[in-house]
Structure formats: C-alpha cells, structure tokens
Design a protein around this ligand. Structure first.
Ligand code: HEM
Length: 126
C-alpha cells in the first residue's frame, strides 16, 4: 500500500474534511481520521489540501512525536517531482527572464553614454 503512486488528480480529489490527503515531502498521507485531533486544528490542514504542504508543515517545526504519527497515515508517494520543485523551477525561469531584461536595460544607455564620451574625446582632440 505504501508504494502506491498518488497523482495530482488523486491528491485534489481528497480535499474534504471527511476525505483528506496531505502531501508532505513527496509522500501523501491520509489525515482524515487525525484531522479532528490535530493540535494545530483542522483549518490549517484543510488550507494545505490539494497542494504541497511541506513548507507549512516544516515551518511549524513539528516534533519527532508528530512525525512518528505519520507512517500510519501514509498512502503512497506523490507522482514524479514535488510540486514545490515545479514552483521553484518556474520562478527561476521568470527570474532569469527578468534578469536578462534588466541587463539589456543597462546595456543600451551605457553603450550610448560610452559612444558619447568617445565622440567627445575624439572631437575635442582634433
Ligand atoms: C500528517 C501531517 C501532520 C501531523 C501528523 C501533525 C501533527 C501535529 C502534532 C502532533 C502537533 C503538536 C505539536 C508537535 O508535536 O509538534 C502539531 C501542531 C501543529 N501543527 Fe501539525 N501536523 C500535521 C500537519 C500540519 C500541517 C500541514 C500544518 C499546516 C500549517 C500544521 C500546523 C500545525 C500547527 C500550527 C501546530 C501548532 C499548534 C500549537 O502549538 O498550538 N500541521 N501537529
């Protein structure tokens, strides 16, 4: 059972309080029975349903005790790469594009300035 592969579609079909999966560190957990007992409350868990809850889970600094509850709830592994990585990769691509754009923004005025000084230098030298 634990080697089952969970697709994004599966994950997003379990976003209900009575039928709730959470994706943490590439693994998918069925927290339906636990959600009412969760010391952090049900709302935070519901807010992370259908997406990668790793960051929210780690930000809280869950104890080893909290982590030890998780193997019993394991359903399987999330398909392919983690959602967080997809997000990171796409934002890196956007940053690259922005970076290239701003390089051009500096390059054009700087080369005009360079040309102006070169012209002044040569024209006053004569
Ligand atoms: C299978 C997943 C999860 C399990 C087994 C779990 C379990 C626990 C446990 C046992 C605690 C008590 C403190 C501790 O032992 O660290 C706790 C606290 C907490 N959890 Fe989770 N949790 C899970 C997922 C999440 C997620 C996705 C969030 C989203 C933000 C979250 C938010 C919190 C918060 C805010 C607290 C602190 C409550 C307080 O100290 O008042 N938990 N959790």
């Amino acid at each position: 059972m634990s080697d089952k592969v969970i697709t994004l579609e599966d994950l997003q079909a379990h976003v209900d309080k009575n039928n709730l999966y959470l994706l943490v560190s590439g693994k998918v957990y069925d927290v339906t029975k636990f959600v009412d007992e969760h010391p952090g409350g049900d709302e935070v868990m519901l807010a992370e349903a259908g997406k990668d809850a790793t960051e929210a889970f780690e930000d809280v600094g869950h104890s080893d005790e909290a982590r030890s509850l998780m193997p019993d709830m394991l359903v399987g592994s999330f398909e392919g790469i983690e959602l967080k990585k997809i997000k990171k990769a796409s934002s890196a691509a956007v940053e690259n594009a922005v970076q290239q754009g701003s390089n051009m923004m500096y390059f054009i005025p700087l080369s005009l300035l360079g040309a102006y000084f070169a012209w002044r230098f040569y024209s006053t030298g004569q």
